[in-house]
Design a protein around this ligand. Structure first.
Ligand SMILES: NC(=O)C1=CN([C@@H]2O[C@H](COP(=O)(O)OP(=O)(O)OC[C@H]3O[C@@H](n4cnc5c(N)ncnc54)[C@H](O)[C@@H]3O)[C@@H](O)[C@H]2O)C=CC1
Ligand SMILES: O=C([O-])CC(=O)C(=O)O
Length: 252
């Protein structure tokens, strides 16, 4: 409803069987002048898209990322934590170089990635990321092996470690840790804490940076997606921003 300019043509790749649901969503939201729904990757790529945006999860990046990039098509990835697998990241970069394409990583649910990327050039002294979500956002994750989510009465840190481990072990919840790490240039140097907090309703992200050019802290309180409490609405809008920038004369 708030898109400044529609895209020309959008094709959505869904799992076989989900075509009708995708068509209903497209009918309800005018995201493009024309649209198509595909249930197979071959048909999807045969449409020769200008850009492919992954909004599906780590598995989709692993399954389709190389083919998209090698075929010369830019790939916008939102399941950024998939790149904690250094082999996969290297293969995607090789495919991008071979295809003359770019692997594009939007900020997703977090902000301040522009400032962090600039600060990196001045020398980073310390970067930390704190991800705090209501207990229900951690359901079905390995947080459940560390604490009883239903019995929590106060904010509880259940993970403290590197961004690489966080992104790998919490694939639906710690993509932001990977984004911060990639912008900082260090999956193993960014310190991450993950917290289940029964006193909040938002997904809170805090990034603290000390560097040669600036010190800053950024805090976002993301409204959870009604469809998925693990995901902040910001993540989808961040992908939309990236796609709309590609269709605009001014990029901001
Ligand atoms: N970078 C960031 O800040 C954030 C990244 N994410 C990532 O975004 C992904 C999407 O988030 P949600 O929409 O909330 O997840 P979701 O799990 O609710 O929806 C993902 C959809 O993708 C479909 N899908 C999965 N693999 C597919 C494939 N190979 N081909 C076709 N369809 C496929 C699923 O059937 C499902 O409909 C998450 O898995 C997470 O990795 C989520 C939040 C923030
Ligand atoms: O959407 C969010 O709040 C963040 C998220 O799930 C992630 O980092 O994977």
């Amino acid at each position: 409803a708030h898109l400044p300019a529609p895209l020309e043509h959008v094709t959505i790749l869904v799992r076989p069987g989900s075509e009708a649901k995708a068509e209903a969503l497209l009918a309800a939201h005018r995201v493009a002048e024309a649209s198509t729904v595909r249930g197979d990757i071959a048909g999807f790529l045969a449409d020769a898209p200008d850009v492919v945006a992954e909004c599906a999860g780590h598995g989709a990046v692993r399954d389709h990322g190389e083919a998209v990039l090698r075929g010369g098509c830019d790939l916008v990835v939102i399941a950024i934590g998939a790149l904690a697998d250094a082999d996969l990241h290297a293969r995607l970069e090789a495919a991008a170089r071979a295809g003359g394409a770019k692997l594009v990583l939007p900020p997703g649910a977090v902000g301040g990635i522009d400032a962090l990327g600039a600060a990196r050039l001045s020398g980073l002294e310390e970067v930390t990321y704190l991800g705090r979500k209501p207990p229900r956002a951690w359901k079905g994750t390995s947080a459940e092996t560390r604490l009883d989510l239903d019995a929590l009465t106060e904010p509880t840190v259940f993970y403290e470690g590197t961004a690489r481990e966080a992104a790998r072990d919490y694939p639906q919840n710690a993509n932001v840790a990977a984004t911060v790490a990639l912008a900082a240039g260090g999956f193993d140097t960014v310190r991450v804490r993950l917290i289940a907090d029964p006193g909040i309703t938002r997904n809170v992200h805090e990034v603290a940076v000390r560097s040669g050019c600036a010190d800053f802290t950024i805090r976002l309180e993301g409204r959870p997606s009604p469809a998925n409490p693990k995901t902040s609405l910001t993540a989808g809008y961040s992908v939309a921003r990236e796609l709309l920038n590609r269709a605009s004369a001014t990029v901001i």
